[in-house]
Design a protein around this ligand. Structure first.
Ligand code: NCD
Length: 305
């Protein structure tokens, strides 16, 4: 695997287990002892959309693994894209400078286009409403770390399942396990039909819901997502659905005592701060796990060359 463009490149659990074992080992290690497989390598983080966790954790991961960085956030404004340069030309140019490119772009399919024009590895850090494969890896790592295994778990995915790229990538990984999947969203933000068909084909335990009331006491994993304002064509629709699911102290009382609460972050209103100190709230630990999973991933990609 040279590039990580889509989570569909992970066809079975073997490589996942290997990466997760590496990530867990790195998490347990003294940072002074981290291996440096990226020594003498330089990686570009090329972000055309806002990011905190994905870019910072990739940059921290690359630095901690001994690599150097060149970086542009808001590349649409601060790179030559502002002058009209195509993504293809930017990628070709960076190929002369760096050994790998982590790319976030608002256009669905951008990572594949970049990969088609690149000799150095491309890692998709989010392509519009398409995919976010490395987020799915850290999400699955977090579930496994907390729960041990996935078979038999009841997993609720909540919020903007239509536009949420973290959901699209995570769904593919969840399909590999025998978990019950509950897609909980306002009707207009339900999981895209293509994903529903894929899930229905492999999963008899797959449910579409428009309320979480009945399932909160049952769920083992509650994965809440932000309504993706930037993907809406009109703000009227956004305003109508934006507060469809707000997880607060009241909802917390109804949630299964053994459940874990996840969110890829950033949250807007979906989880009120009073939930943060509950031991079931794992979203900041989930974000921290991003560092270790991305360290394991960049080391793996480095070994492929
Ligand atoms: C997500 C994204 O960018 O898709 N954020 C992240 O990478 N952790 C989720 C979101 O923006 O809602």
């Amino acid at each position: 695997m040279k590039n990580i463009v889509s989570i569909k490149q992970f066809q079975d659990t073997e490589l996942l287990e290997e990466l997760f074992a590496q990530a867990a080992a790195l998490k347990a290690m003294d940072p002074a002892d981290y291996p440096k497989p990226l020594a003498n390598k330089v990686i570009a983080t090329l972000f055309y959309e806002p990011s905190t966790r994905t870019r910072m954790s990739f940059e921290a991961a690359i630095t901690r693994m001994g690599g150097g960085l060149v970086s542009t956030e808001n590349a649409g404004q601060f790179s030559s894209a502002a002058k009209g340069e195509t993504l293809q030309d930017t990628i070709r140019t960076l190929n002369g400078y760096v050994d790998g490119i982590v790319l976030r772009h608002p256009m669905l399919g951008a990572a594949q286009i970049a990969a088609d024009y690149s000799d150095v590895p491309i890692v998709n850090a989010g392509d519009g409403a398409g995919e976010h494969p490395t987020q799915a890896l850290l999400d699955l790592f977090t579930i496994k770390e907390a729960k041990g295994q996935l078979d038999g778990l009841k997993i609720g995915l909540v919020g903007d399942l239509l536009n949420g790229r973290t959901i699209h990538s995570l769904i593919h990984l969840l399909k590999m396990y025998k978990a019950d999947i509950y897609c909980i969203a306002p009707d207009e933000l339900q999981l895209p039909k293509s994903y529903q068909q894929e899930l229905a084909a492999s999963h008899d335990k797959f449910h579409l819901l428009s309320s979480w009331d009945e399932v909160l006491p049952e769920l083992d994993v509650l994965y809440i997502t932000r309504i993706q304002k930037e993907r809406f064509e009109d703000l009227k629709t956004y305003n109508r659905v934006k507060d469809s699911f707000v997880f607060d102290g009241e909802a917390l009382k109804k949630l299964n005592k053994k459940a874990i609460i996840m969110h890829p972050l950033p949250r807007v209103n979906e989880i009120t701060p009073e939930v943060d100190n509950d031991r079931r709230a794992l979203y900041f630990e989930q974000a921290r796990n991003g560092l270790f999973v991305r360290m394991a991933l960049v080391a793996y990609l480095c070994n492929q060359e």
